[in-house]
Design a protein around this ligand. Structure first.
Ligand SMILES: NC(=O)C1=CN([C@@H]2O[C@H](COP(=O)(O)OP(=O)(O)OC[C@H]3O[C@@H](n4cnc5c(N)ncnc54)[C@H](OP(=O)(O)O)[C@@H]3O)[C@@H](O)[C@H]2O)C=CC1
Ligand SMILES: N[C@@H](CC=O)C(=O)O
Length: 353
């Protein structure tokens, strides 16, 4: 029986190395049918659990020839896993899918990027002989968010809206911060905990949440792009273009402004939460820092939890019921890697059935 042969792009990164550890543990014990062939980072193969990594995979991204060389047989089920945040890698998905290779990703840049390219990738998965594309970890890390939306839609439900705290980083910041101590200190803690994007500005400027909002909207059938999302940024304009290191040093210049906003919310008996919203019915999407009363479910999260409130014809006021809620840790290397691993297992189950 052909194995699923897994190639990890970004295997030295936070999520990639957690995945590699999880795959190694599983390949030593129970997870039959998944073979780890080689891990590529932008520099080198770092390890190989089951041998057979014959090529030195380097350069900007793994090449097709290198993957073919590493496969144990021509009928191997190839699974390229993208644990980078690189567009050089996402630019390869369509070719990979069109040649029948499968793609598992936690990198949001293809399914939230240019709509034409996204549509080409989706079309490839529907071609005879096309590969499968798994994206669970692109929203909510290891939480079952994309799969829940897909199941609702596949079973005839109609999604009306998805609202929530889509960012582990932004959740951690506003769950942890007391409104008085320097906000920039908490940003440094979030980065150290591995919640942020490689450049934390992508979290603070709302781009990471906007990407997830676009992904959710597209899963619900909307032809929406990043430019259609109304986004409130937490990054002051004068810090938008400096280096990431400079930004981390200078973000404290914004602490006073943040303290004022927290005080204002507190005076109304509210807390600040950074929320994303997809209004499927009206085809609108937004990202903003909003005030919520202290009794609202969004106010009682802890750590880097995400929460998604999904209103549908079955779940929600029109369905004479309450909305469907998904809640849990939404960032961090281990849970994200577990979401990616879950997709690899789903691929294995669907390919070997
Ligand atoms: N951290 C989290 O909680 C979550 C992260 N994600 C997503 O997971 C992805 C990875 O995040 P994270 O692990 O934190 O990031 P890191 O910066 O820790 O890791 C990125 C990895 O990608 C590699 N890389 C960069 N460019 C290329 C390239 N062109 N070809 C091959 N490898 C490349 C880097 O290698 P090198 O250092 O050698 O350049 C590094 O190994 C991101 O897309 C992020 O949005 C999704 C959900 C949650
Ligand atoms: N930086 C992101 C990581 C997961 O997507 C977040 O904080 O949610």
């Amino acid at each position: 029986m052909a194995n699923v042969e897994v190639f990890v792009c970004g295997g030295t990164g936070l999520v990639g190395s957690a995945l590699v550890r999880q795959l190694k543990r599983a390949s030593e014990s129970t997870e039959e049918g998944v073979a780890l062939r080689g891990f590529c980072s932008s520099k080198e193969i770092v390890s190989c659990a089951k041998g057979n990594a014959r090529a030195s995979i380097g350069g900007d991204a793994i090449s097709d020839e290198e993957i073919i060389l590493c496969c144990s047989s021509p009928d191997a089920i190839v699974c390229v896993v993208d644990c980078t945040s690189s567009e050089t890698v996402t630019a390869r998905y369509a070719d990979w899918l069109e040649r029948g290779w499968n793609v598992v990703t936690c990198n949001k840049k293809a399914n939230s990027g240019d709509y034409e390219y996204y549509a080409r990738c989706v079309a490839a998965t529907k071609m005879t002989g096309g590969g499968k594309w798994f994206v669970e970890a692109t929203i909510g890390a290891g939480l079952p968010t994309v799969s829940t939306l897909r199941t609702l839609i596949a079973t005839g439900d109609c999604v009306e809206s998805v609202q929530g705290i889509f960012s582990g980083t932004m959740s951690f910041l506003f769950n942890t911060w007391d409104g008085v101590s320097p906000f920039s200190d908490i940003v440094a803690q979030a980065k150290a905990a591995g919640y942020t994007e490689p450049d934390p500005r992508e979290d603070l400027n709302g781009l990471d949440v906007a990407r997830k909002v676009v992904i959710a909207a597209r899963e619900c059938g909307l032809q929406i792009s990043l430019s259609d999302v109304e986004v409130e940024s937490m990054v002051p304009s004068h810090l938008e273009t400096c280096s990431s290191d400079d930004f981390m040093k200078r973000f404290s210049e914004n602490d006073e402004l943040m303290a004022t906003r927290a005080k204002e919310a507190e005076s109304e008996g509210c807390v600040l939460r950074f929320v994303g919203k997809v209004d499927v019915t009206d085809a609108k999407a937004s990202v903003s820092l909003a005030k919520f009363s202290k009794s609202h479910p969004f106010a009682s999260l802890s750590g880097a939890d995400n929460i998604f409130e999904i209103k549908t014809a079955r779940y929600g006021p029109t369905g004479m019921s309450t909305p469907l809620i998904i809640r849990g840790p939404g960032a961090g290397a281990e849970v994200t890697a577990a979401g990616v691993f879950g997709d690899i297992v789903a691929l294995k189950n669907s390919s070997l059935a």
